[in-house]
Design a protein around this ligand. Structure first.
Ligand code: NAD
Ligand code: UGA
Length: 463
């Protein structure tokens, strides 16, 4: 029986290995992590992450051929293939702080493999890493005391949170990079065969190692760049009475451009876009490519601008002061269908609102536990399971995550429970704005003119 070990039981390691285990019942797949709480959660009925379809999948394979352990070292040597899926956050200290990738987790893993492995292994880079990291990985692995041969392969992950299982089951492509040597080609082929069981072969791309590493950073940079592009246009729309949804539709119908990732909002969030672009910009900088670095840096700057702009719009609309105003925050996750709040626009926007001395009532269908941690110590902040409770007595609603359930709420009931005049700042242009205006809300949109309440409600005649 072949054994796969995945180091790092996070958003990528857990779901990816569960899908491999489903398709390879004859393989034993072990996922290990230094965080015992995370492993305990993977072994419980309350998985550490929320992903549609993940619970059922894990239940169907856990204990059969998928296992989670916190004693990392014990599971390295018995494995034939080791996936490294540890986190690679932005470095917070020293040289390259705030830009470069923090490679300490990845580096520790490489040393650990070198120290304990006694038989040859394929080591797969699943984490997103700077280009040419495999070279450093190989140099660490070569230092192993027993002269064991390791073949390093790059297999970056393209799943998006909220659709992880679908993305893993039906990926647009699987990318596998390796050395063009006999052992490199054999290792790549072995990884190709794993995916070929459920992914059509024409979707499995084989490239050189460096192209594979760089393609992952580039894919994220391109996706984020589209979002910043449309968000920059949203600012122009707000000053010219153009409508960004109409502009995006017209632009996206050009088949060379396409309709995806053109949704204007409060900016991109998540654990990867910002970190990967900063990493790419830093890489360009270290290569002496200052123009390239500045080009990508600007994508992040527009994103920060968009978050700030949203708060400035609120401030301006609400008569120049938010001090003591109760703001109901609808949505805290960085996108719908996840409990993840890493780099969520809501974190920054709540901080900015707090600086204005607003009182915040935060609600989210999945992310309240993370929200509590993110805003720990912030006074004048409450957390409500029920959006109606969050809105009660509020002066404004700020919709910060595109959860579809927020469309379905009874806004008549919400209107009656709020302070007057009530404002809605729809950060994702999700709601029915004409209807909200008829109910009596002052509606502010991203990339479109505000919609004023119809006159009778505005004058208090219908209450
Ligand atoms: P994560 O933080 O959810 O999980 C990483 C896990 O690695 C953590 O549980 C941590 O405890 C563990 N870990 C760290 N050092 C370890 C060590 N030495 N030994 C054992 N375990 C260790 O991160 P993630 O979101 O799964 O991302 C992992 C990588 O995949 C990153 O490089 C990320 O850029 C990339 N990626 C993430 C996504 C995503 O949607 N989250 C998608 C594609 C790629
Ligand atoms: C993203 C990529 O889509 C994945 O391919 C990649 O594997 C992953 O990053 C990664 O490397 O971590 P993810 O961040 O999970 O996935 O989610 P996305 O759907 O890409 O959304 C990212 C952010 O962009 C969200 O905050 C979302 O609200 C925002 N977004 C998305 C927009 O502002 N506008 C859009 O049109 C689309």
């Amino acid at each position: 029986m072949k054994r796969i070990c995945c180091i790092g039981a996070g958003y990528v390691g857990g779901p990816t290995m569960a899908v491999i285990a489903r398709h390879w019942p004859e393989y034993r797949v072990e996922v290990v992590d230094i965080d015992p709480k995370r492993i305990a959660a993977w072994n419980s009925d309350h998985l550490p992450i929320y992903e549609p379809g993940l619970d059922e999948l894990v239940k169907s394979v856990r204990g059969r051929n998928l296992f989670f352990y916190d004693d990392v070292e014990a599971h390295i040597d018995p494995a034939d293939i080791i996936f490294v899926s540890v986190n690679t956050p932005t470095k917070a200290f020293g040289h390259g702080a705030g830009r470069a990738a923090d490679l300490q987790y990845w580096e520790r893993t490489a040393r650990q493999i070198a120290r304990v492995a006694t038989t040859p292994k394929i080591v797969v880079e699943k984490s997103t890493l700077p280009v040419r990291t495999a070279e450093a990985m190989e140099s660490i692995l070569r230092q192993n005391p027993r002269g064991v041969h390791f073949e390093v392969v790059s297999n970056p992950e393209f799943l998006a949170e909220g659709t992880a299982i679908r993305d893993l089951e039906q990926p647009d492509r699987v990318l596998i990079g390796g050395h063009d040597t006999p052992s490199g080609r054999a290792a790549v082929q072995e990884i190709v065969e794993i995916y070929a069981r459920w992914v059509p072969r024409e979707k499995i791309i084989v490239t050189g190692l460096w192209s594979s590493e760089l393609a992952k950073l580039t894919a994220n940079a391109f996706l984020a760049q589209r979002i910043s592009s449309i968000n920059s246009i949203s600012a122009v729309c707000e000053l010219t009475e153009a409508n960004v949804t109409e502009v995006a539709r017209a632009v996206g119908m050009d088949h060379r451009i396409g309709p995806h990732f053109l949704c204007a909002g409060v900016g991109f969030g998540g654990s990867c876009f910002r970190k990967d672009i900063l990493n790419l910009a830093y890489l360009a900088e270290t290569l002496g490519l200052h123009e390239v670095a500045r080009y990508w840096q600007q994508v992040v700057e527009i994103n920060d601008f968009q978050r700030r702009r949203f708060v400035q719009t609120m401030l301006k609309a609400m008569y120049g002061t938010l001090a003591g105003r109760r703001i109901a925050v609808f949505g805290f996750a960085f996108k719908p269908d996840t409990s993840d709040t890493r780099d969520s626009p809501a974190v920054e926007i709540c901080r900015l609102l707090h600086e204005e001395r607003a009182h915040l009532a935060i609600t989210d269908p999945r992310a309240l536990p993370s929200a509590r941690k993110d805003l720990e110590g912030l006074p004048d902040c409450s957390f409500e399971e029920d959006p109606y409770d969050a809105a009660r007595g509020a002066h404004a609603i700020a919709l910060l995550t595109r959860w579809p359930e927020y469309r379905e709420l009874d806004y008549e009931r919400i209107y009656l429970s709020m302070e007057k005049p009530p404002f809605i700042f729809d950060g994702w242009n999700l709601l029915d704005h004409a209807r909200l205006a008829r109910i009596g809300f002052h509606v502010y949109r991203v990339g479109a003119p505000p919609v004023a309440p119809t006159e009778d409600r505005a004058a208090g005649l219908k209450d």
